[in-house]
Design a protein around this ligand. Structure first.
Ligand SMILES: C[S@@+](CC[C@H](N)C(=O)[O-])C[C@H]1O[C@@H](n2cnc3c(N)ncnc32)[C@H](O)[C@@H]1O
Length: 342
């Protein structure tokens, strides 16, 4: 330990940069949050002055200019001779009409930061708290589509299209398929494949039908309105694809895996895509944050599984794991697990 008077002349041995970067990122969050709330990026598709912009979005011109300068520093706007315009990244992700738009997913993430994380101390002290959501089921399902289309969907479709079982498959179930984009893409690649997208009736009505119509209205795309924990999920599948829908370590997971096992043809495969905790539970940080958020505010006693735990459930349900493919990126630490019905 340094002598107190030495510290007046000796700089600290480690810098506190990491800590202050997190605080600065939190401040930046509120700037982006306000810009999205005001629909700012829809108004900056063409160069515009801060004064004109403030008039359109109903804000104070001087403060709006200061905020726009921060958005330039963050890389979401460009500035040329006092006119502000969207950067490529803003045009790609922050406007409604872009096919890669993230507006619904960002609404959901912003709501989690503002409504959930601000109550963390209450939850830590008192246990699980039910939080009222300020996004609809349709917005949630659209957010899931946006989460897939920013890279994970394309990566998975490319991997699946090279799997021999996939090339021979006639019937695929997309369990908890929601938006259905995985099935739609696979039906486009494999012209003899029948795909069955299963989700809750409201999701099928509110979103899946619309996506099928928008991307590929083939007769080979079938929709099943069902609750996979209670209802029949069909049978004779060559492949069951289950992406981000089997979370939670409990007996229900084993029952669902057994149900999937039964619905597959002998030698059929389950391809699952989920997040896992590292075996020492020290990462990945995205999964740790998500697990704590869900356990505090969404599902009492929620625990995210490690890969080892998930594999043990699979083997109890009668599957043999053949391959594990890491497709993780900084915002989605996903792994594909390919398991055969034995
Ligand atoms: C996180 S989303 C994932 C959507 C899509 N599979 C993907 O990976 O992008 C989970 C989906 O599973 C559906 N789901 C969850 N539990 C379900 C159940 N018991 N029965 C039917 N669908 C369910 C949800 O409605 C939602 O559409």
């Amino acid at each position: 330990m340094r002598n107190i008077s030495d510290t007046l002349f000796l700089e600290p041995e480690v810098l506190p940069n990491e800590i202050y970067k997190i605080i600065q990122d939190a401040e930046k969050f509120y700037v982006i949050d306000a810009a999205l709330e005001l629909d700012l990026f829809e108004k900056t598709k063409e160069p515009i002055s801060a004064y004109e912009l403030a008039k359109i979005i109903g804000t104070n011109p001087k403060l709006t200019e200061k905020m726009c300068n921060i958005l330039v520093a963050i890389g979401l706007l460009k500035k040329k001779e006092n006119l502000y315009e969207n950067s490529n990244i803003a045009n790609m992700y922050l406007i409604k009409d872009s096919p890669y738009s993230q507006k619904n997913l960002l609404k959901l993430e912003r709501s989690i930061v503002k409504n959930n994380w601000t109550k963390l101390i209450d939850a830590l002290r008192n246990g699980f708290i039910e939080v009222k959501k300020d996004y609809s089921l349709r917005e949630f399902s659209l957010a899931m589509a946006e989460s897939a289309i920013r890279g994970e969907l394309q990566k998975i479709v490319k991997i699946l299209s090279q799997i021999e079982d996939m090339k021979k498959a006639k019937k695929l179930l997309d369990l908890g398929g929601g938006h259905g984009l995985y099935s739609i893409a696979l039906a486009k690649i494999f012209s003899n494949l029948h795909v069955y997208i299963l989700d809750f009736p409201q999701v099928i009505e509110l979103v899946t039908k619309e996506f099928v119509e928008k991307y590929a209205n083939y007769e080979r795309i079938h929709l099943i309105s069902a609750d996979f924990t209670k209802d029949d999920i069909g049978n004779d599948y060559d492949i069951v694809f289950a992406s981000h829908c089997l979370y939670g370590k409990n007996n229900q997971l084993l029952d669902i895996l057994k149900k999937i096992h039964k619905s597959l043809n002998i030698n059929g495969i389950l391809i699952s895509n989920h997040w896992y905790l590292n075996s020492n539970q020290e990462g990945p940080i995205r999964a740790l944050l998500w697990e704590l958020n869900l356990a505090c505010f969404n599902f009492k006693d929620f625990d995210l599984f490690t890969l080892k735990e998930f594999i043990s459930y699979l083997s109890k349900a009668g599957f043999l794991v053949e391959d594990i493919i890491d497709i993780s990126n900084i915002d989605s630490p996903s792994k594909l697990v390919i398991a055969r019905r034995i």
